[in-house]
Structures are given as C-alpha cells and as structure tokens.
Design a binder for this molecule. Structure first.
Ligand SMILES: [Zn+2]
Length: 64
C-alpha cells in the first residue's frame, strides 16, 4: 500500500526573492561610465548592492 508521501510528492521549497532585496536611495556611481544613479538594490542574503545606470551598465559592490 503506497504512503501518502509517495502520492503527493515532496512539497516544493519556497523561494523568497523580494524579501531579501531592499531598494536604497543615494548616489551610486556607475562602475563603467561614472554616471550617478540615485537608486540601488541591496541583497540582504548575499550582502551585495547592485545598480543599473541609464546606459544599462550593471554595477555591483560586495558588502560582506
Ligand atoms: Zn554606465
């Protein structure tokens, strides 16, 4: 007789994306073209900040 776990399978692990990221205001200089961006995103779980300049360059700084 099959167990209930075999019928329903394992529950998929929840992935939380938004709660780990915080929007930050400030002055962040593009690492490629030196344009200043006023918004960045802080990733709390992996301790880095990323921001994207108007030209589409992505800058990243490790915090921890
Ligand atoms: Zn740039």
């Amino acid at each position: 007789m099959p167990r209930i776990e075999d019928l329903i399978g394992k529950k998929p692990k929840k992935t939380v994306v938004t709660e780990d990221k915080i929007e930050m205001g400030g002055a962040f200089t593009c690492q490629t073209c030196s344009k200043v961006v006023s918004e960045a995103e802080y990733n709390r779980s992996e301790y880095f900040i990323t921001w994207t300049c108007p030209d589409g360059h992505i800058s990243k700084v490790q915090m921890g």
